[in-house]
Design a protein. Structure first.
Length: 497
């Protein structure tokens, strides 16, 4: 080796040792030129693998570049660019993804639920006095009708003979004496009804119904009612719906004046503290008489102990006929009226099902009012052993009895009802003697299916209850309109009254 070469080699080695001492990775430029003209990407990304001094010494024999090249070790910091591969790790492109994931929450917005249409006549109002008919049929009619106010009546158990549909109930006032200005419409067929039908309603599938009747005025009817007058209401079924049960449910009521003094009572109470705010105010206006002046609220009738009695009319009816049964003196020892069980011939005739009571020999259950009285229409068996009014065995013609029992049908706390057993006779007309009806019962000689019942005895001041069966028009599509005359002379013409 010549002297210039030795000098270059010594300078290169000294420079390398100096740079290594400073922590720099240096490769002789001439050695790099022999190995590769340019550094590969892998060499630039691994700055920590610095060549050892031994490696630089081995590269010395390959020196071919000028020493000026060795002064460029500054290019070694290029590994800083190795940070570029980490750029894909930025979180910015990932930000839009979670934002988009929030949009499906809009699909969770709840839609408003559809409103369910109300079902009319779903529950009977049960306002007023309760009346009971055979077969678990009941109805409520208030005993007072306030001038200018509606009357709410209702019933339960009103079904057709098959028991699969509600009956159609026609309402008449004063036996049809009140006629409406605008006729009602049949709720089933839509046909126009007679003007003496003051109201009409069809019970729901459970046999329950409620009807609101407007007060009769000259504007809606031909009535001219005044306070203090007594009137009658009658519920009729059978002719407005094919296959319906024939029923007649009467009720009595009294017209009362609208309370005009009630609104004036609060007026004196407000000036009292203003005129006399001192202690004398309560002394001048006695507070104790206030409850005494309003005994109408605690005035529900109380049951006065008295011998119980019953009355049955008429004394004889046809098979399937209706008896009017009234009673009084049926008081529970501690709680109002008794509950009375009714049996036919001491239980000799049973119902075909347990719709009235688990004991099928109980033909009807009658709850007495708070004063111990009751007034019900009792429908008798029709003589068959099938259907709603059938019995086991079928009821026969002749003499029978009704047995009225109390004691085990009402218990309040530990107090049972008084034990009673009363009997009332009645008769079933013989089918072989249609020309000799029992007193008060009549049959059309031209059509035995048409009949009517009129009481043989009347009480002063009480309404005359008349009932009938089979009264339909010639087409059989609707009920007949019946005129009633008192003390009338027969014309002799069988086609006229």
């Amino acid at each position: 080796m010549d002297t210039p070469s030795k000098v270059r080699s010594w300078l290169a080695g000294s420079m390398a040792l100096l740079l290594l001492g400073l922590g720099q990775s240096v490769v002789a430029p001439w050695a790099a030129a022999e190995e590769s003209p340019e550094p590969t990407p892998s060499a630039s990304t691994q700055p920590k693998e610095d060549p050892t001094p031994a490696e630089t010494e081995e590269a010395k024999p390959t020196e071919s570049a000028e020493p000026k090249e060795s002064a460029e070790p500054k290019e070694t910091p290029k590994p800083k660019e190795s940070a570029k591969p980490s750029e894909p790790a930025k979180s910015e492109p990932a930000d839009p993804e979670p934002k988009k994931s929030a949009t499906p929450s809009r699909s969770a917005t709840a839609k408003p639920a559809q409103k369910i249409a109300a079902v009319p006549n779903a529950v009977a109002a049960q306002q007023g006095k309760r009346y009971d008919l055979a077969g678990g049929v009941a109805y409520w009619v208030p005993e007072q009708w306030v001038v200018g106010q509606d009357l709410v009546i209702s019933g339960t158990g009103w079904k057709n003979k098959a028991g699969d549909a509600g009956s159609v109930i026609a309402v008449k006032l004063d036996k049809g004496g009140v006629k409406v200005s605008e006729p009602n419409q049949d709720p089933v067929t839509g046909a126009t009804l007679a003007r003496d039908i003051y109201g009409v309603v069809q019970a729901d599938a459970q046999g329950e119904w409620t009807l609101r009747l407007p007060y009769p005025t000259a504007g809606n009817s031909d009535a001219n009612w005044e306070p203090g007058q007594k009137h009658t209401l009658n519920l009729l079924t059978g002719s407005l719906l094919s296959g319906d049960e024939t029923r007649s449910g009467p009720a009595d009521m009294t017209v009362t004046a609208a309370p005009t003094t009630e609104p004036t009572k609060p007026a004196p109470t407000t000036p009292a503290p203003t005129t006399e705010p001192t202690t004398p105010a309560p002394t001048t206006e006695p507070t104790t008489p206030a409850p005494t002046t309003e005994p109408t609220t605690p005035a529900p009738p109380t049951c006065v102990a008295a011998p119980a009695k019953v009355d049955v009319s008429p004394s004889a009816v046809d098979l399937g006929g209706v008896l009017r049964v009234t009673g009084s003196g049926f008081c529970h020892p501690t709680d109002g009226g008794s509950v009375i069980a009714v049996k036919i011939d001491d239980g000799a005739f049973s119902r075909l099902d347990a719709s009235v009571h688990a004991n099928k020999t109980v033909w009807a259950i009658v709850p007495a009012g708070a004063d111990g009285s009751f007034d019900v229409q009792l429908q008798l068996p029709d003589g068959t052993d099938a259907g709603t009014n059938g019995s086991n065995p079928g009821l026969t013609t002749g003499k029978h009895t009704l047995r009225f029992l109390t004691g085990s049908f009402k218990t309040v706390g530990d107090v049972k009802d008084e034990v009673r057993s009363l009997e009332a006779p009645f008769s079933i007309n013989s089918a072989t003697e249609p020309t000799e009806p029992a007193p008060g019962d009549y049959t059309d000689p031209k059509d035995p299916t048409v009949s009517y019942t009129v009481p043989t005895t009347l009480k002063t001041g009480e309404p005359i209850v008349v009932s009938g069966k089979g009264w339909v028009n010639a087409a059989g599509t609707s009920g007949s309109v019946i005129s009633v005359l008192l003390d009338a002379t027969k014309s002799g013409d069988p086609n006229t009254v």
